[in-house]
Write a protein that binds this ligand. Structure first.
Ligand code: 5GP
Length: 132
């Protein structure tokens, strides 16, 4: 059965999309731990990130870097952190966490409330800043 993230790629499940290319896709996490919390995934459905072949893993990281740069320039972060856990959704993904101030908690599980209109606004700001 297709993963939730494959269904997002195909448009079966809606998302706040940031960007995509032939092999990779990014969108806002539905339960953000900070405004602009973004997921970056390979289109190829592989559960464990370290089961990706080397080329796909390298490509995923380079794509994530471009999205992180867009987050930094559009949201006024001090930098963007990354977390890889993958215990909830069996489709490899990198969490990009905008860091707005020193000492900000950067760990999964501490959700922050972001309403729908702000999610749309953030997705638009980041996606406009992406240079693929
Ligand atoms: P992990 O597998 O690394 O623990 O995290 C999976 C992440 O996927 C969670 O942060 C969760 O909020 C996010 N997530 C789960 N289902 C959906 C969904 O349908 N849409 C979006 N945008 N994010 C999701």
């Amino acid at each position: 059965m297709a993963s939730i993230f494959t269904k997002i790629i195909t448009g079966e499940i809606p998302c706040y999309k940031i960007a995509e290319n032939e092999h990779y896709f990014s969108f806002l996490d539905i339960n953000p731990i900070a405004e602009g919390h973004t997921l970056v995934i390979p289109k190829k459905e592989v559960d464990y990130i370290f089961d990706l072949d080397n080329g796909s893993l390298e490509g995923l990281m380079v794509f994530a870097k471009k999205i992180a740069r867009a987050i930094d320039t559009s949201l006024g972060t001090i930098r963007t952190g990354i977390i890889v856990e993958g215990l909830e959704v069996p489709h490899a993904h990198i969490h990009l966490i905008p860091i707005y101030f020193e000492g900000q908690a950067v760990s999964l599980g501490k959700k922050t409330e972001v309403d729908e209109s702000r999610m749309k606004e953030i997705a638009s700001l980041i996606s406009k800043a992406v240079e693929l």
